[in-house]
Design a protein around this ligand. Structure first.
Ligand code: NOJ
Ligand code: CA
Length: 715
């Protein structure tokens, strides 16, 4: 009976569909089928062109202490609609974004339970699918607890996955690239370099999960608009090739506490037969709510340096004195003997401000400015930092005046040490302090085990905390960059002051661990960065760490030229020049690229890309004719031709190519680069050679008369 009903509704409301419900993407490349199977369970399937992307997959919500949403469904209503609009992000990779989709909302009721409803909402774009569960306001369901959401992604075979071990507390692993059947998350258990790990299961992986199928489709699975819900992970059924969602429970074992009306985040499946399309997709942003801030005039993309790398390579310390086991308010800081290595001194900060001012940087991050670093790590203690008391050798007022004079902003640092209750109590005073002393950007961090004890970084409580920080910093007109947060899901559309997150394995791991293999940065854009910008902190010029007396072969696993290319290939509105000023001073010619490169863009062209192998991207600077190209490779050398057809045909450009020297190699000869200057136009085809673990960074700016005289036309 219900099938006839469904058929009639589908027929009348959706495009010429038959039973089951069929939804097409605007360009008809994608087809979604929604159905109730013979066991009266909810199922969906997805097709791209003539290939299956997702085989029949079940959609299950289990509630705590209530009848579940597993089966016995009938369709009570079907609504379809479509959207075709353009919108303009406050900052981004492109200046305008097309949001075009067809939507299907299916209201379902259970035959045996009166008046209980759930809505499944599907949005089908030209580049993929988003769907979510909605729980409308209803008498039979008011306050409820999600025991499990078992959303399935039933893949068509033993495809290649680019995966991280599933972990409720960290995403700072290196990637595994294996067939689905060979996922082994136990690898995470020996990753001692990551301080807080909670491996979910042998077969758990994280999202964004990048998949390359046996029949050459590229599929990315993630989520959009993670609000009031835990972050999604996936369990891999290696026999059936089915991925099923799993979530961080709270301290008493429940996934999420909801109250109707409520909705889950969007589950997203981006798909194409071209890898480049995955990187160009705006689906996740389109599924997020529009900007919620009235005034965004104070939000600015920025480039910064910092008193930071020194701590990671060991030449400076966060702490002021070398003591342990302290209680924050029982120390007389003025009586302590400074250790002589403290990085955040007034004098050193002035030196960094000078360097920033001389080289056109917007900000200087200063870590270790506030009391508490003597005893911050690993103790799971509550009162670690107060976020407002500087060390005796850091003069806040004096530095405010100095920075203002030099037109540079000091970037605040709030390491919470994951004592999040403490941070929540102190957020208002900390942000007021920032307002008072002229700080407009904060870097937060969540190293360690979470307090409230028993919570995870990826649980609902913490997800709500990150959102509260985004909202509260916005109230104080503060931009925020979160480290060790859950990975982003496009929320920077709604809160554009949320400039970036780390939420993956950053460059810092190269300073003190086995580091990031040469392929790492060719996978990040296909995985972690699908949800939003990353504070990766590129730009390390002193590649090898023996320079600092390290003896375990620690090094950055790229050439110097590749470090430059990352400013283009790893998109972020907040980019750090992470190395020490004295290392830049030795290579001012190469440093010129970091000074020139933009952080906000009118347009982006993904020129070529293959996850785990290479990425080449060209971007046009916002409100300018300048273009920048970044090209990176994994451990293999590569040659490629790049045709510059995207350039303005009326303009001759002065190009500077910062490239690997002939014998450069990430391991054998990482710091050798060459810089070439020449003239190009839209008809030029550039030939690039990338060394093993190498890259090329190219700036293209309208040529002035002296450059036209001085430089040769490219080949
Ligand atoms: C980890 C962050 O990722 C890093 O950037 C920071 O310097 C340390 N925590 C200390 O807060
Ligand atoms: Ca980190």
């Amino acid at each position: 009976m219900y099938r006839i009903y469904l058929f009639l509704l589908c027929y009348s409301l959706i495009y010429a569909s038959t039973n089951p419900c069929i939804l097409y993407s605007p360009n008809k490349n994608l087809t979604l089928i929604f159905d109730i199977n013979d066991a009266f369970e909810l199922e969906y399937q997805l097709f791209y062109k003539n290939k299956t992307v997702i085989e029949p997959s079940r959609l299950i919500i289990d509630l705590m202490d209530q009848p579940d949403f597993r089966n016995n469904f009938i369709v009570s209503q079907i609504d379809s609609s479509g959207v075709d609009e353009e919108w303009h992000p406050v900052w981004g990779e492109v200046k305008s974004i097309q949001n075009s989709y067809n939507e299907l909302a299916v209201t379902l009721e259970q035959i045996d339970i009166e008046d209980r409803k759930i809505i499944l909402r599907f949005r089908l774009f030209n580049d993929g699918l988003g769907f979510r569960y909605e729980f409308p306001r209803q008498d039979a369901l008011q306050y409820f607890i999600i025991a499990d959401e078992l959303t399935q992604f039933n893949l068509t075979g033993n495809h290649t996955l680019f995966w991280l071990p599933g972990d409720f507390d960290t995403n700072e692993y290196t990637y595994g690239t294996t067939p689905l059947s060979e996922v082994d998350a136990t690898r995470g258990m020996s990753s001692q370099e990551i301080s807080t790990r909670t491996i979910i299961a042998d077969n758990a992986v994280q999202t964004p999960l990048m998949i390359k199928t046996i029949d050459s489709l590229y599929i990315n699975i993630h989520e959009a608009a993670l609000v009031d819900y835990p972050a999604m992970h996936l369990l891999v059924d290696k026999e059936e090739c089915i991925l099923t969602s799993i979530f961080a429970p709270d301290a008493v074992g429940n996934d999420a506490y909801l109250q109707t009306p409520a909705k889950t985040p969007w589950r997203t499946i981006i798909v194409s037969d071209k890898a480049e399309d995955i990187l160009a997709s705006k689906l996740i942003l389109n599924l997020n709510d529009p900007c919620r801030l009235d005034d965004v005039s104070w939000i600015k993309p920025q480039k910064y340096i910092g008193i930071w790398w020194g701590m990671h390579v060991g030449t400076m310390s966060w702490n002021y004195a070398d003591i342990g086991n302290i209680k924050l308010n029982q120390v007389n800081w003025n009586k302590l003997t400074p250790n002589g290595r403290h990085g955040a001194t007034t004098e050193n900060t002035k030196r960094y401000i000078d360097f920033a001012a001389e080289n056109g940087f917007d900000g200087v991050l200063v870590e270790g400015w506030n009391i508490g670093w003597e005893d911050w790590f690993g103790a799971w203690k509550e009162e670690v930092f107060d976020f407002i008391t500087p060390y005796p050798d850091f003069n806040v007022a004096e530095l405010q005046a100095y920075a203002e004079k030099k037109n540079v902003k000091i970037i605040m640092h709030h390491e919470t040490s994951s004592s999040v209750t403490n941070y929540e109590r102190r957020m208002d005073s900390a942000y007021s302090f920032m307002n008072k002393y002229g700080y407009n950007t904060v870097k937060t961090g969540y190293v360690g085990r979470i307090i409230p004890r028993g919570e995870f970084h990826d649980g609902q409580w913490m997800v709500n905390h990150y959102t509260r920080v985004a909202e509260k910093t916005a109230e104080y007109k503060i931009m925020v960059n979160m480290h060790e947060s859950a990975r982003p899901t496009g929320m920077h559309r709604t809160y554009p002051n949320w400039l970036a997150c780390e939420a993956a394995r950053g460059n810092e791991f190269n300073a003190w661990s086995s580091g990031n293999p040469p392929e790492h940065e060719t996978i990040l854009p296909f995985t972690r960065m699908m949800g939003g910008p990353m504070d990766y902190t590129p730009g390390i010029f002193q590649i090898t760490m023996d320079y600092y007396g390290k003896t375990n072969g620690e090094q950055v696993h790229t050439t110097l030229a590749k470090q430059l290319a990352l400013y283009v290939t790893l998109y972020s509105p907040l980019q750090m020049a992470a190395d020490l000023p004295e290392n830049y001073e030795k290579h001012m010619d190469a440093f010129q690229f970091i000074k020139d490169v933009a952080v906000d863009w009118d347009d982006t062209k993904i020129i070529n890309a293959e996850p785990g192998d290479y990425i080449t991207i060209a971007r046009k600077e916002k409100n300018s004719e300048n273009w920048f190209i970044g090209s990176i490779t994994d451990e293999n050398a590569r040659d490629m031709s790049i045709s510059l057809t995207f350039l303005n045909p009326k303009i001759k450009y002065a190009a500077s190519n910062y490239r690997d020297a002939k014998d450069a190699h990430w391991k054998k000869n990482p710091m050798k680069y060459e810089i070439e200057h020449f003239l190009v136009d839209s008809k030029t085809v550039l030939e690039l050679h990338l060394s093993e673990g190498g890259g090329a960074a190219i700036s293209l700016m309208p040529a002035n008369t002296s450059e036209i005289k001085k430089f040769k036309t490219y080949r």
